[in-house]
Design a protein around this ligand. Structure first.
Ligand code: HEM
Length: 283
């Protein structure tokens, strides 16, 4: 039982045509298994988070009661992207598990919305947000090492509080970015195989082998998004993460939550004492 479905081309070549659809269930089960293991770990084994105590000298009265976290533009991007992603997942995979409908048109339209929103996000994040906030830095790596040591009961200093994003979020973002680039790059070419409003259909753009590999990559990245989306939604609804999820709706988080999880020297809130003026660092 391979992970790719093969066929014989008109030229008699043995070519891949797409992934084997049982991978949909592998991805769903992987997402649910992660969720179950994490729930058990958090419920029975996880200890209270411990951070290096280094905020004693921080003057918390400098912070607004509600700390800006995501600007309106960033929040709109997030929800447009989420709507496009869910539409892509449902239109792609429902027909494969027996819910038949004319999915291709809805699918490529959602694909175009996702592509435009990601292009917008790249420009927005590069020139208007704190670009480096989502990439692992030296402290993240040192702290990750210390956290692993402490997990195995070895002596190591407690980690510092997080910058804007913990290492786990940064790694998740990197994975989504690579998987997203794969579905988008292949999806744009696959639009030549169907009728769209953008360019004339041209199924002869590539040979059968190249098309087949492209469909396989699109499918593998696509099922990857099933697992990634399950994990993302699971964390969004976990009770201790709800203030972060609410931040993606209202744009702010409480000063107490900010100080509990974040290090003001690693995630500096600008415009201190001007809580009603714009979004400070709100990316
Ligand atoms: C998470 C995002 C996405 C998922 C889960 C996904 C999944 C899928 C799957 C499973 C197929 C069927 C492939 C096959 O038969 O082997 C498909 C087809 C297709 N996808 Fe996507 N896709 C995504 C994003 C995109 C994007 C961003 C675009 C366009 C920019 C796109 C354009 C297409 C097109 C045009 C087809 C139809 C090809 C055909 O029927 O010949 N997809 N997609």
């Amino acid at each position: 039982m391979g992970i790719v479905q093969w066929a014989t081309s008109p030229l008699g070549q043995h070519v891949p045509i797409h992934i084997a659809w049982f991978l949909i269930w592998v991805a769903v089960i992987a997402g649910l298994a992660f969720l179950i293991v994490h729930v058990i770990y958090m419920r029975f084994f996880a200890k209270e988070k411990e951070f290096a105590a280094d905020l004693e000298r921080f003057d918390r009265t400098q912070l607004p009661a509600r700390v800006p976290r995501h600007s309106l533009t960033a929040r709109l991007f997030h929800w447009v992207m989420a709507a496009a992603m869910l539409t892509l997942l449902f239109t792609a995979f429902l027909p494969k598990i027996g819910v038949e409908f004319d999915w291709v048109e809805y699918h490529w339209i959602a694909g175009v919305v996702l592509t435009i929103s990601i292009l917008f996000h790249i420009v927005h994040a590069s020139f208007f947000l704190d670009f480096w906030s989502i990439w692992p830095d030296r402290t993240d790596i040192q702290d990750a090492w210390n956290r692993v040591q402490r997990f195995f009961g070895k002596p190591a200093p407690p980690p510092r509080k997080f910058a804007k994003y913990p290492l786990e979020n940064k790694l998740y973002h990197g994975t989504v970015m690579l998987t997203g680039l794969a579905v988008i790059a292949t999806g744009i070419f696959m639009m030549f195989r169907v009728r769209t409003i953008f360019f004339p259909r041209n199924p002869y753009l590539f040979g059968d082998m190249t098309w087949g590999l492209m469909y396989v990559l699109h499918g593998l990245a696509g099922v990857g998004f099933i697992t990634l989306t399950i994990v993302h939604i699971y964390f969004a609804v976990r009770p201790e993460k709800l203030p972060i999820t609410a931040g993606m709706l209202v744009g702010t988080m409480s000063r107490e939550f900010y100080l509990k999880e974040h290090d003001p020297s690693r995630w500096t809130i600008k415009n201190l004492n001007q809580p009603h003026r714009g979004t400070s660092d709100g990316d």
